[in-house]
Each structure stands twice: as structure tokens, then as C-alpha cells.
Design a protein around this ligand. Structure first.
Ligand SMILES: Nc1ncnc2c1ncn2[C@@H]1O[C@H](COP(=O)(O)OP(=O)(O)O)[C@@H](O)[C@H]1O
Ligand SMILES: [Mg+2]
Length: 421
């Protein structure tokens, strides 16, 4: 059996916490069986790698792996997405369509945020788990499928059962084996390691020197609550890497990137998470664009001079400062020995075995072609979210929202109709 260390390398998992190791070990132990697994843990703890490990180490690895975010599919279409539909089953069903359970026959389905499934879908799912049977929406024909199910949740399932939002019988079916991933605040020894790994990744991505933390900044990282866990840590590492000019980061600077620091009040759960996510993403993009524009202007200036004068060494002398600004100086170059060492130390080797899923430290699903639809769906969700937020911000004034979104009022009107806002 592959060692836990080897699996971590293969799947890009960083950390040495004993509970993380135990979770990976459990995943490798159940992988060869068809047992249903429920992955639990707060949002952002890394639940998505567990079903990938299970699929890749199982006899189903040549079959399909389909990841479905149950929370992102509208209630009205989820049955059809999962189980397919017959032609004419509902308005717009112009042809028969196979659902994920049919397509993934012989493979694995990952049901993320399974706690969000509507009760009617839960009944259908229970049937698949019990005897591999399902019925397309609008059909009466029973079909068979052989699918291994791995589910994940960040909600307390017992509470959901108590509130009658989740069927108890389904919960027990799904969680034959439960794999729990610890919150980041409980993995103190991994926090700085993860930050260094992300900082070195972003240094490569944005072609900038790697940021380094002072001791007091490291202490702050360890003390912080990390409600968004590794996803939040990665976000912070990205923002700091892009926005901070001085590449040595102290606690005072770092504090600006950590909501709710600097006070002894209990940490408030951040309800406007998606909004702040969008604004910080936008900030990063603006910064990158501004920097690119400024570099471009400098390059234009240099090219113009070259065309006019044609004398390279003279121009080099006259514009030393400009050249340094665009190309950077040797000492700070991110390929400098110090950082290169850091990068190599933390780099995860490429692996060729994973054919169906490309594993990156990206925060999104990667799956086989037939899942494209799901990706479109999540893009639509993003758009919908952006429109909603913008309308909220402008108290429903379409003109202002359209201007902010960079679209015409007419397009916005069309989208509002489309999404039934
Ligand atoms: N141990 C880890 N090492 C490196 N990156 C990780 C680790 N755990 C999580 N991540 C990254 O953190 C982000 C959130 O992980 P994800 O699996 O989507 O969390 P969850 O599904 O639990 O909300 C992803 O970008 C993922 O690649
Ligand atoms: Mg997730």
C-alpha cells in the first residue's frame, strides 16, 4: 500500500498533523472497498482531496469520477442533474438526458455539501445506495447503476436530522465510514508550513519574490482563528503576495489581512464572506492590471527611444532606472538562490498517474469532460451572486448596478429576468 507521505505528495496535500495523516490513512484503507464514506470538517479544511484519493486508489480508477456540489444546483433541477430525465418530463426537456448516476456507472460520485440535498432527492439517493436503482425524472423505468458514493458536509448532520432537514436512514447509509478533517486552528504545526508553500506558489505565479514572515507575524498566524481554514490561509497568502511591496511581512502588516484581529472580542462569523471574497479578488486584479499597464508604458517609452536613437548602450545608460524598474534588480529577483531553494523544497512533484483529474492547488473542481455543465453552472452562480450583491449595494437601482458591473442596463434587465431576481 502506498505510504501516507507518498499520497500527500501525489495529491498535493501539505501538513504533518497526526489527525490529517489518520484521515489519509483511513481513505487508503477504505479505497479498495465499495463502502460509502462521509467526509466531515469545517469549510476549507481540504475535504475535496479525500474522494479523489479514494477514487484513484480503488478498482474504479479507470471509471469516471464526478464531483457534484449539491449546494450549488437549484432545487428544481437537481433530480434531473443527478438521475437524468425523459423527453417532455418538464417544460424545456426537449430530449432525454442521462444524469450523473448513469454516466458514472462503474466509477465514483462525490456529493459535496450533501446536507443541502432536498428531501425528495434524498429519497432517490437512498434507493441508489440500497440497491443501485434509480428512475429518470418523468420515467417509470427502473435503471441500475454501480456507483461508489463519497459525500462531504460541513454542517452538523445530527442537527440537520433533528430539524428534519436530513433523513436519518440516509445519514447512516452514507456514513458507513466517517473521515473527519481537523480545523486549521487545531493543526498549529501546519499553519506556517502551509503559508510558506502558498507564498512560494504565488511568488511563481505572479513572478515576484517570495514573501517572508517575521517571528511576530508567524505568532499572529498561529493565534488567529481561521474560520475559513486552509482556503482562507491561501487567500491571505495570495493577497499579501500580490499587494505588499516590502516582501518581509510583520505582524502589523499581516493584521490588515486578518478580519477580527486586534480585539479581544469573540470572533464573529463573517456572513458577508462572498462579498469580501469578490472585493479582494477585484483588488488583486486591479493591482495586477495597474502594474501591467505601468510596465507597458515604460516598455513603450523604451521602444520609442530605441526606434529613434537605435543606440542600445546609450539608452541603457540613460534609462537605467526604468530598465531596473521593469526587469527588477538581481538581488530581488525571485529566481535568486534563497527563494529558489524555498520553492524547490516545497514543490510538489508532477505525477502522471492521475489521468482523469488534474490536481492543482486551485479551489475548484476538476473532473471529466461530462462535468463541464457543472462548471458552467458554477460560473452562472458566480454571475448571479455578483448581480445580486451589486443590486443590494445600490438598493435595487439598476442603472448604478449596471455601471458597476460594466454591462448595459438592458443586459442587466435581461439577466434579472433570466435569473428571476
Ligand atoms: N493539506 C492541504 N495542503 C495544501 N492545500 C490544501 C490542503 N487542504 C486544503 N488545501 C487547499 O485549500 C482549499 C480548500 O480546500 P477544499 O478541499 O476545497 O476544502 P473544503 O472542501 O473542505 O471546503 C483548496 O484550494 C485546497 O487545495
Ligand atoms: Mg468544498
Amino acid at each position: 500500500m502506498e505510504s501516507v507521505q507518498a499520497i500527500k505528495q501525489r495529491f498535493g496535500i501539505i501538513g504533518n498533523d497526526p489527525r490529517l495523516n489518520r484521515a489519509i490513512e483511513k481513505a487508503t484503507q477504505v479505497a479498495p472497498t465499495d463502502i460509502s464514506v462521509l467526509v466531515t470538517g469545517e469549510s476549507g479544511v481540504g475535504k475535496e482531496s479525500i474522494p479523489k484519493i479514494i477514487h484513484q486508489l480503488s478498482h474504479r480508477k479507470h471509471g469516471k469520477y464526478i464531483a457534484v456540489n449539491c449546494g450549488a444546483i437549484p432545487e428544481g433541477t437537481i433530480d434531473s442533474e443527478l438521475f437524468g430525465h425523459e423527453k417532455g418530463a418538464f417544460t424545456g426537456a426537449t430530449s432525454t438526458r442521462s444524469g450523473y448516476f448513469e454516466v458514472a456507472d462503474g466509477g465514483t460520485i462525490f456529493l459535496d455539501e450533501v446536507g443541502e440535498l432536498p428531501l425528495t432527492t434524498q429519497v432517490r439517493l437512498l434507493r441508489v445506495l440500497e440497491n443501485g436503482e434509480f428512475i429518470k425524472v418523468g420515467s417509470s423505468k427502473v435503471q441500475k447503476t454501480n456507483v461508489r458514493i463519497v459525500a462531504a458536509t460541513n454542517v452538523n448532520m445530527f442537527e440537520a436530522i433533528k430539524k428534519e432537514k436530513f433523513r436519518e436512514d440516509l445519514y447512516y447509509r452514507l456514513s458507513t465510514v466517517e473521515i473527519n478533517l481537523p480545523a486549521l486552528r487545531e493543526r498549529k504545526n501546519d499553519i506556517h508550513l502551509l503559508f510558506r508553500k502558498f507564498a512560494s506558489d504565488f511568488a511563481i505565479k505572479y513572478k515576484m519574490p517570495t514573501v517572508k514572515l517575521t517571528d511576530d507575524a508567524v505568532a499572529l498566524l498561529l493565534k488567529y482563528r481561521w474560520n475559513g481554514n486552509i482556503r482562507q490561509l491561501r487567500n491571505v497568502a495570495e493577497q499579501v503576495s500580490v499587494l505588499e511591496h516590502n516582501r518581509t511581512i510583520n505582524a502589523l502588516t499581516l493584521q490588515h489581512y486578518l478580519p477580527n484581529t486586534g480585539s479581544n472580542l469573540p470572533v464573529v462569523v463573517n456572513n458577508s464572506k462572498s462579498e469580501s471574497d469578490f472585493s479582494s479578488e477585484r483588488e488583486i486584479l486591479y493591482k495586477v492590471l495597474f502594474d501591467m499597464k505601468s510596465d507597458l508604458n515604460d516598455l513603450k517609452k523604451l521602444t520609442m527611444e530605441l526606434m529613434k536613437k537605435g543606440n542600445v548602450s546609450e539608452i541603457q545608460k540613460d534609462h537605467e532606472h526604468l530598465i531596473q524598474k521593469i526587469y527588477g534588480d538581481k538581488e530581488n529577483d525571485f529566481e535568486g538562490t534563497d527563494n529558489a531553494e524555498n520553492v524547490e523544497l516545497l514543490a510538489i512533484p508532477e505525477h502522471s498517474e492521475v489521468s482523469e483529474i488534474t490536481l492543482e492547488a486551485e479551489d475548484k473542481y476538476h473532473f471529466a469532460e461530462e462535468i463541464q455543465e457543472e462548471e458552467t453552472l458554477s460560473l452562472q452562480d458566480k454571475e448571479l451572486e455578483l448581480i445580486k450583491k451589486s443590486l443590494e449595494r445600490h438598493n435595487g437601482k439598476r442603472k448604478l448596478a449596471a455601471a458597476e458591473l460594466g454591462i448595459s442596463e438592458r443586459t442587466l434587465y435581461r439577466k434579472i429576468k433570466q435569473y428571476d431576481l
